[in-house]
Ligand binder design. Sequence first.
Ligand SMILES: [Zn+2]
Ligand SMILES: [Zn+2]
Length: 133
Amino acid sequence: MELRACKNCKRLYNHFSGETLCPTCNSQLDEIYREVKSYIYDNPNTTIQEVAETFNITIQTLHRWIREERLEFAGSSLVGLPCQGCGTTIKSGRYCESCKKSMIEGFSAAYESDQPKVQKEQKTSNNRMRFIK
Ligand SMILES: [Zn+2]
Ligand SMILES: [Zn+2]
């Protein structure tokens, strides 16, 4: 176990991978996330700044939710989330449509180095055996 200071309340907590907040702040943030989501649903033309001010959260937090595709703002011009490929404004995720497209085209080349930890399927020769009664 590793103790870390929560980024929000500065209390020490047992750190799990990927978390930057203590469990208390994390569940609070989850609560806020749910409220933000319904707020955006009710106010589809809201801006990211407005949401940040209304809920007293950082724009970075909202950007993270958008990157994780947990949130989507209706008006693309209102968000100002830059595509990580070309910098164009996007609504959600990390890349715009055209960058996604060109990434898919170059995907086979990139795939080699970026392969997930999937075990190669083991040859199941046992499956060829049949039980005959
Ligand atoms: Zn905390
Ligand atoms: Zn792009």
